[in-house]
Write a protein that binds this ligand. Structure first.
Ligand code: NIG
Ligand code: FE
Length: 416
């Protein structure tokens, strides 16, 4: 058993089971001042928390317990990053220049850049090279306070290369103390060899790729880039139905480039989340209202690509929850810094600090299907949390943008 004492503020601590936070409730955040946090490094679970007053009487039961003093520091639940593409080879600064010159994401893709650029490099890379590069990125994410992540395939786009990516994710799951979920994104783009034959590529995904991925149990989820210039609603339905046969839950890319119908098709197939959401109108909000699907916004991608901003305030005012994830990938968001994602949420989307905390912890845990064990400080939940450096307020976390305010990370009760 271990205890953290004299915590200036224990953030997102809950006495009742928290699974997601919606609408106006996102403006309220529970913070226990001058707090303790008791956890078991054997089971990896949170045992108790409360005020230092309460700890004084409790501490007699725990005579030789190891104590860490967190005076002047806050404790937050570790971030859950519910949308990343961290298995990739190389980087894409050439497109960065094109973007600065004013080319759009679609124009870059049409010129053979974009996703297909990363596909060429991924196909040429070995499994070990990919593993090493992705491991580095995971370590970096963790140092910024992330304790759980979803990782997608989607830069292979043929059976062999998609399996290679998913095996890398399986190895990351095995080696890392982070909670990791794998998402099969065969429908990220039409590969060069199928250009002009999109339906045949969808046939390949449905008839060969999904059964092969399922046979090796390599994917928890199935994804489709359902958007203008990429995959249609009909393609998406076929792929989600094929995934469902093997228990792969949908988590999809939707409405980044247009009102694509992606949100509605995601909701129809019980998606855990629909992600991006730059284009959201009344119909999309109405569809989400009647669902368990988590609307997930990716502020890093909109920032990097200069996209229109998702109407998060309209969604929250309609009573919806909102999640924010990093979308860490080489083309649209080369950063997995969830502290910066919070800052972007506040500055660009005018979300309140309380809202961005919910949006990057409990709501992304929900978008990952793990909010029964992660995303808040609760007795019995996994002890995934970070201790900040000395900071004045919890609002300082999004306010002080770009800097790493995390001092120590604990995952499953162990100091990393
Ligand atoms: O989530 N929008 C689609 N896919 C990725 C970008 C991938 C890339 O450009 O390499 C995204 O932003
Ligand atoms: Fe993405």
């Amino acid at each position: 058993m271990k205890v953290i004492t004299n915590i200036k503020g224990l953030v997102q601590a809950s006495d009742r089971p928290l699974r997601k936070v919606c609408g106006k409730d996102m403006q309220k955040l529970s913070v226990v001042e001058n707090a303790f946090l008791l956890f078991d490094e054997q089971t990896g679970k949170i045992v108790d928390f409360g005020s230092m007053e309460q700890w004084k009487s409790l501490s007699q039961q725990y005579a030789h317990i190891e104590e860490t003093d967190a005076s002047g520091r806050f404790v937050f639940p570790a971030f859950c990053d519910s949308h990343t593409h961290i298995v990739y080879a190389g980087s894409r600064e050439i497109e960065y220049n094109d973007k600065i010159r004013g080319l759009s994401y679609e124009e870059i893709a049409k010129r053979g850049g974009g996703i297909l650029n990363s596909v060429d490099r991924l196909r040429a890379a070995s499994e070990d090279e990919l593993f090493d590069a992705a491991w580095e990125r995971l370590q970096e994410m963790c140092a910024y306070g992330t304790g759980a992540a979803e990782i997608k395939s989607g830069y292979g786009l043929d059976l062999k290369s998609e399996l290679k990516m998913l095996r890398v994710i399986a190895r990351l799951k095995q080696k890392s103390p982070m909670t990791i979920r794998a998402n099969f994104l065969g429908a990220h783009a039409v590969p060069r060899e199928y250009i002009g034959r999109q339906t045949e590529y969808v046939d390949l995904i449905v008839n060969e790729m999904i059964p092969a991925v399922a046979a090796e149990k390599l994917a928890d989820f199935v994804d489709v880039f359902c958007d203008k210039g990429f995959f249609t609603v009909h393609d998406t339905e076929r792929i989600l139905e094929a995934g469902a046969k093997y228990g792969m839950k949908p988590k999809i890319h939707a409405n980044e480039l247009a009102l694509s119908g992606g949100i509605q098709v995601g909701v129809k197939y019980g998606a855990l989340s629909v992600d991006h959401l730059e284009y959201v109108g009344k119909d999309e909000i109405a569809a989400l209202k009647d669902s368990e699907t988590m609307p997930t916004v990716l502020p890093g991608a909109a920032f990097f690509l200069g996209m229109p901003l998702s109407p998060v305030r309209d969604m929250m005012e309609a009573g919806l929850p909102v999640a924010l994830a990093s979308d860490y990938n080489p083309g649209s968001s080369p950063s997995g810094n969830m502290q910066f994602v919070m800052s972007l949420g506040c500055v660009r989307y005018r979300m309140y600090p309380e809202e961005v905390v919910h949006a990057t912890t409990i709501n992304t845990a929900c978008a990952l299907g793990v909010s029964d064990s992660l995303g808040s400080i609760e007795r019995g939940k996994t002890a995934n949390f970070y201790i900040t450096k000395k900071i004045p307020t919890y609002e300082y976390m999004p306010y002080s943008f770009g800097n790493n305010k995390v001092e120590t990370v604990y995952l499953q009760g162990k100091r990393i």
